[in-house]
Write a protein that binds this ligand. Structure first.
Ligand code: ADP
Ligand code: MG
Length: 687
């Protein structure tokens, strides 16, 4: 079938091929009825029996079968939350934590934050007296171990979405395995959509000898139980494009319009990679709505990505009004973490944003990269929730069968390990290479992390946390480099400013992006731009926001993201409290931006770059690895190209781009990290 002509020069053709599964109909019903119709309901007794009798239970079930929302409730109903104990359920993503806890509170008819609560970084909606079921990110549970290493308040910990293999999930699994030996009363549930149940089971298998030594008959069985919940997805017809597409955002937009034109009612879910391309797609669809009403009337366009304000999240879950068609444009958060009812059509770009780390160059990058076959199958499955559906893949069948990798790589093996190492150290785990990992990190990455932590003054010669700096850094719930920057600001007398910068670096972006608004955004930025760089620019935006009385109109006028700024104010307040607890004097340096730049350098010296002499293309080389990088066009220093800079993070598209950049004086690098730059000697910093 012919798809649609688009001006950007492509006609898309899809061919059909098949894949399947089966089952029954989901109507409107009371919440209790709805709960009983979920596939896990049939396994309620079995699940409770296994959890009672096994230290670890592995539960595999298709997305939407009720694992996340039901199992914690079953456990509560069976008494696992009695006597002040708490049932924990972890998720890799913050947005999932919020959405799922809200749903469970609704099902239980209670106020979120009481019997059912959630905790994510910088946001705690629980009540220590009444909360029985607590949803939290895996990262937050790791932090809780710093105060309570045996997690004594929890009776059951459900590690959900284990197939995602986030770095925090993997660390958590290793630590929970240790805790289990000391706490026979603790139960673990590992749940996921596609887990390699056998390898997970092997990981939790304790050797027979150890079991004999520890006297298994006294507690639950130590061998893990595996339960598979049968799904009930409908048949999903798969369509591939016949020719590779040039621009997947444009192709996704065309496909949505084609579906809307030619297919019966039913909602559409589109997988793109991040806020930027999601906003771009929505912008294009809105434009289409203005120029060609017939084409797009009746479409309700909804973005879905982390950092989305609560009110907008709720729209995604609310029922579609009669005669309308919902189009949810999402990151891979909707792949398995969230269930959207009513999706019949699925558009899969074939990409997601992924982290990649190269320990040789010490460069970590966020890259738009191809997904795996496992992900592609998960995505397709989302179209078969309520009735038979259709999945449109924006890649060719040949590409799918010949080039896509079967499975993704665990995040542990493609990340910088600085945060991971410091967390384990803070928990007293000294032999990190010997730690029992579900997937071992590379020794090179580990050594890099140790080296940087040593240079930051966080680890000493024996690779132990230094006192007080190391312990303080571990205490602050931020990347160690940002935490170090905060500690240094205390000595430099600019903690007011650095706390603001740290808060801004903790949100995704304070600017409003979108295709077609580049020029306006650039002009808006000029109003705040500081010659020193982005970090100082953030201070100007923050000041303007406060002076406007935190006005949303002010934000709108200046292309500043109002929700992000409100979040910045909140996070800053929490960081201020943490800083005070650590004995940091909150003090402003007034106009002296040199100390602010020095404090940034004290944290981020490892990200120092130097402009290549005679380079008119703005090419920089990293000081450490001589790696080629460029200033990102979104930076206020783009085209300014100061000779020396440090950056906060890298993104990679056609080139490696530095995001959030500040100019520095190279002598500060040697001041900040003599050890780190020792090989270079003074000469490589030649003026
Ligand atoms: P799983 O964890 O197995 O993927 P969930 O427990 O998340 O499944 O979802 C089970 C069912 O609960 C979904 O199929 C859906 O019907 C319903 N549900 C979950 N979250 C929401 C929500 N926020 N709004 C409405 N219904 C929801
Ligand atoms: Mg789930």
């Amino acid at each position: 079938p012919r798809l649609v002509d688009d001006e950007e020069g492509g006609v898309l053709f899809f061919s059909a091929s098949a894949s399947s599964s089966s089952s029954s109909r989901f109507g409107y019903a009371s919440i209790e009825k709805q709960r009983q119709r979920l596939p896990v309901y049939k396994y309620r007794t079995a699940i409770l029996y296994l959890v009672e009798n096994h230290a670890t239970t592995i539960i595999v079930g298709e997305t939407g079968s009720g694992k996340t929302t039901q199992i914690p409730q079953y456990l509560k109903e069976a008494g696992w939350a009695e006597g002040g104990r708490v049932i924990a359920c972890t998720q890799p993503r913050r947005l999932a934590v919020q959405a799922v806890s809200a749903r469970v509170a609704e099902e239980m008819g209670v106020t979120l934050g009481e019997e059912v609560g959630y905790t994510i970084r910088f946001e705690d909606l629980t009540n220590s007296g009444t909360t029985m079921i607590k949803f939290l990110t895996d990262g937050v549970l790791l932090r809780e171990m710093m105060d309570d290493p045996l997690l004594t308040k929890y009776s059951v910990v459900m590690v959900d979405e284990a197939h995602e293999r986030s770095i925090s999930t993997d660390i958590l699994l290793g630590l929970l395995k240790k805790i289990q030996r000391r706490r026979p009363d603790l139960r673990l549930i590992i749940s996921s959509a596609t887990i390699e149940a056998k390898s997970m089971s092997a990981f939790f298998q304790t050797s027979k000898r150890r079991r004999a030594l520890e006297g298994e008959e006294l507690g639950p069985r130590m061998d893990p139980a595996i339960l598979s919940v049968e799904g009930r997805g409908f048949h999903v017809q798969i369509h591939f494009v016949e020719e590779p597409v040039q621009d997947y955002v444009q192709a996704a937009v065309s496909t949505v319009l084609l579906i809307h034109d030619q297919e019966p009612m039913g909602d559409i879910l589109v997988f793109l990679t991040g806020q930027d391309d999601i906003d771009a797609a929505i912008h294009l669809l809105n434009e289409e709505a203005q120029t060609n009403r017939k084409h797009s009337s009746g479409l309700i366009l909804l973005p879905l990505y982390s950092g989305l304000p609560r009110a907008e999240q709720e729209l995604v879950f609310s029922p579609t009004p009669r005669g309308k068609r919902k189009v949810v444009i999402s990151t891979n958060i909707a792949e398995t973490s969230l269930t959207l009812e009513g999706i019949v059509y699925l558009v899969d770009s074939g990409f997601s944003k992924q982290k990649f780390y190269n320990p040789i160059s010490d460069i970590e990058n966020l890259v738009v990269a191809p997904i795996s076959k496992a992900s592609a199958r998960q995505r397709a499955g989302r179209a078969g929730r309520v009735r038979p559906g259709k999945c449109y893949r924006l890649y060719t069948e040949e590409y799918f069968s010949k080039e896509m990798s079967a499975e993704g790589i665990p995040e542990m093996q493609r990340s910088n390990l600085v945060s991971c190492v410091i967390q384990l150290k803070a928990l007293g785990i000294d032999n990190i290479l010997g730690f029992d990992w579900p997937a071992s990190p590379s020794p090179e990455a580990m050594i890099r992390a140790l080296e940087i932590l040593y240079s930051l003054g966080i680890l000493d010669d024996d690779a132990k946390l230094t006192s007080p700096a190391g312990f303080q850094v571990a205490e602050i719930p931020l990347e160690p480099m940002i935490s170090k920057m905060i500690l240094s600001s205390n000595e430099l007398g600019c903690s007011e400013e650095i706390l603001t910068i740290a808060a801004v670096l903790s949100v995704q972006s304070i600017w409003v992006y979108g295709r077609g608004v580049h020029r306006e955004l650039d002009e808006a930025k000029l109003r705040f731009a500081a010659a020193e760089g982005d970090h100082v620019t953030f201070l100007n935006v923050y000041k303007g926001f406060l002076q406007s009385g935190k006005s949303s109109q002010w934000c709108h006028k200046n292309h500043v993201n109002y929700h992000a700024m409100k979040k910045v104010v909140e996070i800053r307040e929490q960081l201020r409290r943490i800083a005070q607890r650590l004995g940091i004097v909150v003090k402003s340096c007034e106009r002296d931006m040199q100390v602010v730049r020095k404090a940034v350098t004290a944290g981020f010296f490892a990200n120092a770059c130097r402009l290549e002499a005679f380079s008119h293309s703005g090419m920089y080389k990293t000081v450490r690895g001589s790696h080629e990088v460029y200033i990102h066009p979104s930076s206020v220093l783009f085209r300014v190209n100061p000779k020396w800079v440090v950056y906060h993070s890298l993104v990679s598209t056609d080139r490696q781009y530095m995001r959030n950049v500040i100019s520095i004086d190279p002598s500060w690098l040697i001041e900040a990290a003599p050890h780190f730059y020792q090989h270079h000697g003074q000469n490589s910093f030649g003026k």
